[in-house]
Design a protein around this ligand. Structure first.
Ligand code: SF4
Length: 90
């Protein structure tokens, strides 16, 4: 049986796999930072610290207790609201 499989030896494959595994944490950290930097500014989504028409962050699927949001940057009040409000399923 040939040592080669589609132009790469078993030894080369193991080396490349090791490199990929070593780089995975770096890639995950970079992705995490990109997501963090991708949050919208409060002004861009008309964020306010008070509810609007009965809607508030505590009832939004994007709210992350106690004071954060998955898509809007900065400290977010559970009593706040923004134009991205998405109600939790009832
Ligand atoms: S209403 Fe806006 S700021 Fe509040 S949790 Fe939802 S998306 Fe985030």
């Amino acid at each position: 049986m040939s040592k080669r499989n589609q132009g790469i030896t078993r030894r080369e494959f193991i080396k490349l796999s090791g490199c990929a595994a070593a780089l995975l944490p770096v890639a995950l950290i970079a992705t995490d930072r990109a997501v963090a930097q991708g949050k919208a500014a409060k002004e861009a989504v008309q964020y306010q610290d008070t509810p609007k028409n009965g809607q508030k962050c505590a009832d939004c699927v994007l709210f992350e207790p106690p004071e954060a949001c998955k898509v809007v940057e900065g400290k977010i009040s559970p009593e706040g609201w923004c134009s991205l409000f998405a109600p939790k399923p009832s």
